[in-house]
Design a protein around this ligand. Sequence first.
Ligand code: AHR
Length: 371
Amino acid sequence: MTVGALAGCGSSSGSSSSGSSTAAQADTTAADVTTESADEAVSALTEAGDTAAASGDLITVGFAQVGHESDWRTASTNSVQAALSKENGIDLQFVDCDNDSAAQLDAVRNFIQQGVDYIVIDPIVSTGWDTVLTEAEDADIPVIVIDRTIDDSDKYTAWVGSEFTNEGLAAGAWLKAYAEAKGISDLNILEITGTTGSSAEIGRTKGFHQYIDDNGWNLLDSQTGDFTQDGGQQVMESYVKSYAGQFNVVICQNDNEAFGAIDAMDAAGVSYGVDGDVILISFDACSAGLTDVLAGKINADFQCNPLQGPDCLNLIQKLEAGEEVPKQTFMAEPWYVAEDILPNITYTNNAGEEVTEDLIVVDQSIIDADY
Ligand code: AHR
């Protein structure tokens, strides 16, 4: 566990593309935070923060981050640190929990003991939270949850993040339509999942497996790569030995796992991507992932938006002003593809609505604007 202002290896983004989701929105129960309002909050608090910082009267926030396992995580950390800054009137304590759930609970308890004004949590796993959230509630400290969800307690003030099940459903809908367009009738799938018990893993698996089940696709194997490049590589190295010549789809639950799978397939002489024998699917759509989409190595990449910093700031500003905040805010998330074959996909989302969503063919300008 690392405490301090840890900057990761990915690109830093100074502004947010977050906001109300049109593509991936599910059963939001209250008005969403919008990009505009989050950006306005940044500038309003920047002005207020200049005065607060000068007087030393800062809002104290503790942020228990998952870790530093992926490019996505680096972008998330950078986004929160940029928004919850001294210039914006906030004294941020950052804890990198290194994917250790016990360390994350300790970090939150430590924030409670210190009596911070707000706690921000990106929960490594979705369960085991009720006791510590009760302790935060008893101490009157509002908790803001970002990215992954907490599924066994509602004792937090607000959550902003992704509709992971829709990401998995969209991947399934795309694969079905793509295979039909290419005349591929048999799909033999190898899956590399994310951190077991995280809501990102649970939702993506649930959504994609619905398509496996409904279409009778053959899932040869599913193992976790823990959202890391090393994990993806190790799982794929074992898959290419155990399933040599038997698979034509690899789905990785994040870009870093896909990079590891690519290295393993390269080493084993397996061809993949637009001109290959294996369809490669990923999630996150970080700039390095989209670079592989543009190169035709990854066929489709389903975005998970990591830029929650401005939304956090907006929530804190509203709470400071005594305003109501929405319990849930879904990030906008587009779907990216390598080939201009299908304009869109239609599927029934996790809220039971039939939606038609665009497929965006990646070009360099999209990568340049990415995180
Ligand atoms: O919770 C979001 C997931 O966590 C991202 O897909 C992954 O890259 C990260 O590690």
